[in-house]
Design a protein around this ligand. Structure first.
Ligand code: 5AD
Ligand code: SF4
Length: 435
């Protein structure tokens, strides 16, 4: 799908040189990766990505549909862009990402300022149209602006075959499709050559990965990417508990560059709620996986996602989730209030938890997790951690992440790209102070 609403008058970008592109993005890490791919493809056909909005000729929105709020934000951005487009003739707006998968061309009728809607799985049509539209102005290929990217996302499996009743992802991103491992390793090597030190393998259900050539699963792929020369760190997200196998936990325990971290969304700590969500595991099974992970990898960083206020969630069900959070003591918890998504199975059930109850449960989880994160981080005081320096803050201090994915600030001198061993001197809920 690469649709344009009107036969467009050939566009002549005002100003000289190649058309400039501004990419706006929202949503998950997959969209960060997609935005980077789009920027590269724009440069390949002779456009200039990386432009601030005021200077741009083309704005591309990479959208999310996971909750209504994400769609509202894109709609707000489109409202703002209507004025932007009127300010200078020749400007155009394109939209991709999960809203494109969900609504398709219908968006062109709803937002008259929008010129293109395209699917990230099929960008050829979109780029062919850009070539046509801007012929004569392209200066190709324009070299990508030198990237100082140290950390990169690398999609390895697209789509999702699970049918969690609340989730729109299978409808907007389609069925699972794994990329050949040889391609992934080649991409990883190319990224490292370009200066990247840390790679995160991505998939909505990443541990369902299966190499179409060798038949190997995610642990095999991790082992292959872990060996890419020059790579300092490897991560992967997001995992489904159903596929959190012993092999995968062993890989975390043994591969030298693979970080000691597991992002394993549980969504609810209550079996009835999990059943209504069609999560295909019980709370006790989930807890056993984490127990085994901690046994094999002491000090492993654990993160999860929680949905509060799912259809029919009683106070007692919520209490089960709350108790699980107290018991496990995750390092990071991403909590969201349930948002009904059209087309999903849960959309047919009443959204019967009142907004104020959802919001109160959300606040209770946040308050609990703040205490837990602070307590856990404080146990690290006096310990040595490894930090990959990612940048320099306003006060001149460097910051980066530990292998367990905690944010750390360094009092001692360092530079982005350094892999530093430091001692934790202080800790709060969300960061460590180190030297
Ligand atoms: N409402 C609220 N949160 C949702 N998520 C997925 N679908 C919904 C929804 N309809 C959350 C889940 C998932 C994360 C990416 O977003 O917790 O793990
Ligand atoms: Fe949002 Fe899901 Fe799409 Fe990511 S895959 S952008 S979270 S809807």
């Amino acid at each position: 799908m690469a649709e344009s609403r009107v036969p467009r008058v050939p566009l002549a970008p005002v100003g000289t040189g190649a058309p400039r592109v501004h990419i706006w993005q929202i949503g998950c890490q997959m969209n960060v990766a997609d935005a980077a791919t789009l920027a590269e493809s724009c440069a390949e056909i002779g456009m200039r990505p990386g432009a601030p909005l005021e200077e741009a000729d083309l704005a591309i929105l990479v959208t999310c549909a996971i909750r209504q709020h994400a769609e509202d934000k894109a709609a707000g951005k489109l409202g703002e862009l209507a004025g932007w487009k009127r300010q200078r003739p020749g400007r155009a707006i394109a939209l991709t990402g999960c809203m494109a998968g969900e609504h398709g061309e219908g968006l062109l009728a709803r937002f008259r300022q929008l010129d293109y809607v395209f699917d990230m799985r099929d960008t050829d049509g979109f780029f062919a149209r850009l070539r046509d539209t801007y012929q004569g102005c392209l200066e190709g290929p324009v070299p990508m602006p030198a990237s100082d990217r140290l950390c990169a996302y690398l999609p390895v499996i697209l789509g999702c075959n699970e049918m969690c009743t609340y989730c729109i992802v299978p409808f907007v991103r389609g069925r699972e499709s794994s990329r050949p491992g040889s391609e992934v390793v080649a991409d990883a090597a190319r990224l490292v050559e370009g200066g990247v030190r840390e790679i995160t393998l991505l998939g909505q259900n990443v541990n369902s990965y299966r190499d179409p050539e060798s038949g190997k699963g995610l642990p095999g792929l991790l082992a292959a990417v872990d060996r890419v020369p020059g790579l300092s760190r490897l991560r992967f997200l997001t995992s489904h508990p159903r596929n959190a196998t012993e092999d995968l936990l062993q890989a975390i325990a043994t591969l030298p560059n693979l970080c000691e971290n597991l992002y394993l969304p549980v969504q609810s700590g209550d079996d009835d709620c999990l059943r209504r969500m069609k999560r295909e595991y019980r709370a006790a099974e989930y807890l056993r996986i984490l127990e085994r992970a901690r046994e094999l990898v002491p000090g492993i960083g654990l993160s999860t996602d929680i949905i509060v206020g799912f259809c029919g969630e009683t106070e007692a069900e919520f209490q089960s989730t709350y108790r699980m959070l107290e018991e496990v003591e995750f390092d990071t918890v991403h909590v969201q209030a349930y948002s009904p998504r059209p087309g999903t199975a849960a959309h047919r059930r009443p959204d019967d938890v009142a907004p104020e109850v959802k919001s109160e449960r959300l606040q209770r989880v946040l308050a609990l997790q703040r205490q837990i994160s602070e307590r856990r981080n404080r146990t690290l005081i006096g310990q040595r951690v490894e930090i990959l320096v990612e940048g320099v803050g306003e006060d001149g201090r460097c910051f980066g992440r530990t292998r367990q994915n905690r944010l750390g600030w360094l009092a001692s001198p360092a530079a982005p790209g350094d892999l530093v061993r430091a001692t934790v001197l202080g800790a709060s809920a969300w960061q460590l102070q180190c030297a």
